[in-house]
Every structure is written in structure tokens, then in C-alpha cells.
Ligand binder design. Structure first.
Ligand code: ADP
Ligand code: MG
Length: 169
């Protein structure tokens, strides 16, 4: 792929535990420019993976950039998305949300109704979580963390070493 390739559309893939701030970040950073695809919006669908793949392809086909707002913890979860994005020559951008288990459990427990998931869902996702890597096909990777000032985030280019420390996962 040429280094200076210009992309017409982009797909943004979020990675992080429930409670790590993904959906809030979508609202503050992407809602005005990118469509939203999330399995949270498909809770009654019997085949959410298939539905998600269909929606991603539909957006890319129509030239609409989008965010995939799921936990996307495994290489397989991300590969399924990246494969479609490559078919449409989209720019593939990943955002890894700092996912300290204690912080995510606290934020999740403060949520109400359907927004709140059982604690075990966080432990299960943490168990599966594999930090992202450029070799998966990302053109750009960032790390995000919730900043002290409410409603704000710190965003930095991804540095693998920092995130492999036991603290952040
Ligand atoms: N930047 C932030 N500042 C303060 N609270 C936040 C911030 N981002 C998220 N939260 C809170 O943390 C909780 C989880 O955020 P959410 O965006 O729903 O996470 P996720 O989509 O990853 O599960 C929510 O209650 C939200 O209000
Ligand atoms: Mg969410």
C-alpha cells in the first residue's frame, strides 16, 4: 500500500472493557461526522455478527465513515471488521481505551438500566482482551484514557510497551 495513500472513508474501531468510556467518546468526538455501529443496538438480533458486517459494508458502500463501538477484545473480532474495511479501501483507525478493571467496574456499577452489564462481563472481556497491533491492518492506532476533568479524554498515539504493563489491562 502506498505510504501517502489518501482515503475517502474511514472506519474507527474501538477496543476496551465495558465502562472504559467508548460510547461517551463516540458522542464527544465522532457523533457529528461518523455513523455508529454497535452490537448494543442489536440486542434483539439473533445474528449480531452478521448484522454488524452487513451494516459496516452498507456504510462503506455509501461512502459514510463510521465507528464500531464494541469491546472488540480479540484479534478475531477485529479481523472480521478489518477484512470488510480493506474490501472498501477504507482507512482503518483503532482506539484502545485504558481498561483498568477496578475503574471500569466502578463506572459500570454507577450506570443504570440496560447500560449496566454484570460484573462477570468485564472479567470475561478482560480475559479475552488482546492489545491491538499495527500488524492487524490498522493505519493508525491511538490510546485513550478518561481525563480528570469530567467529560474529557486524553488521546495519544499508541505505544505498545506502555499498554502491555499489567496496570492498564
Ligand atoms: N470522560 C469522562 N469523564 C467522566 N465520566 C465519563 C467519561 N467517559 C465516560 N464516563 C462515564 O463512565 C461510564 C462508562 O462510560 P461509557 O462511555 O458508557 O463506556 P463504554 O461505552 O466503554 O461502556 C458512564 O457512566 C460515563 O458517563
Ligand atoms: Mg458503550
Amino acid at each position: 500500500m502506498p505510504i501517502n495513500q489518501e482515503f475517502m472513508i474511514e472506519i474507527v474501531i474501538f477496543i476496551g472493557l465495558p465502562g472504559s468510556g467508548k460510547s461517551t467518546f463516540y458522542r464527544t468526538h465522532f457523533a457529528e461526522t461518523h455513523a455508529l455501529v454497535s452490537k448494543d443496538l442489536m440486542r434483539n438480533n439473533k445474528k449480531p455478527a452478521r448484522r454488524q458486517a452487513f451494516l459496516i459494508a452498507e456504510h462503506l458502500k455509501s461512502g459514510t465513515s463510521l465507528v464500531v463501538d464494541n469491546t472488540n477484545p480479540t484479534l478475531g473480532d477485529r479481523h472480521a471488521i478489518i477484512e470488510i474495511a480493506q474490501d472498501y479501501q477504507a482507512k482503518i483507525i483503532g482506539y484502545y481505551f485504558e481498561s483498568k478493571i477496578a475503574d471500569c467496574l466502578t463506572r459500570n456499577r454507577q450506570r443504570e438500566g440496560k447500560a449496566r452489564v454484570p460484573d462477570y462481563a468485564l472479567y470475561m472481556t478482560r480475559h479475552k482482551l488482546v492489545p491491538p497491533n499495527y500488524s492487524e491492518g490498522f493505519h493508525q492506532l491511538f490510546q485513550v484514557k478518561i481525563a480528570p476533568n469530567p467529560g474529557t479524554f486524553e488521546v495519544h498515539p499508541w505505544t505498545r510497551e506502555e499498554n502491555l504493563g499489567s496496570e492498564s489491562i
